[in-house]
Write a protein that binds this ligand. Sequence first.
Ligand code: PEP
Length: 248
Amino acid sequence: MAAPRKLAAGNWKMNGMRGALSEIEALARAHNGSRAEIVICPPATLIAAAAQAGGSVVAIGGQDCHRLDSGAHTGDISAPQLRDAGASHVIVGHSERRTNHAETDAMIADKAIAAHEAGLVTIICVGETEAERDGGETLDVIAGQLAGSVPECATAENSVIAYEPVWAIGTGRTPTNDQITEVHALLRERLMQRFADGEDFRLLYGGSVKPSNASEIFALANVDGALVGGASLKESDFSAIIAALNES
Ligand code: PEP
């Protein structure tokens, strides 16, 4: 079955106690029948309960996974464990993981392979720093991260690519429409060169997406949805973004 075309994914990062499950319950009530797929990636502590709260309307994802299925890796979580807890998706290669945990493209590709073997859909993140953009390196950086982080086993069914400029995450700043379009066109071109179903991979934009800019971003070519941080924490904000995606 072809994957639903549009995807709104929320990344709660290290935010949320059990009380926040009500936000997911509210999303599930508000979006029963949504054309766009909805995913929330809460902290690992909430995954099992979030899967209950989201039911069949809001899918649940992890924010990272280990490349191995089990073993002596204190503090880590494996892809089969995420799946067992009720997750169907996992983010890999978020810039905060690349920076704070020194994750390389090769490590991210290994995590993606583990996730695919466990039956999870990966949201694989790429994005340039501000210095790289200012230095005119954006397209080279993105092409390199895409080539190195997306494994050969990736398909349009099991993988989603998120373009998240590092300088736009949590800053309230967003690239121009032309800048987003240029990077998404590159992603599409490279995916089509490498994968038979490259045309069907969903491409998300991420970085300070909010209700006020969502419609404009969703109107851009090759933008199939968003990966949303801060504005996914409150049902009202995320619902407005989902509505914009459903109308796009
Ligand atoms: C993110 O961390 O993936 C993100 C896009 O954050 P924000 O929407 O808060 O910029």
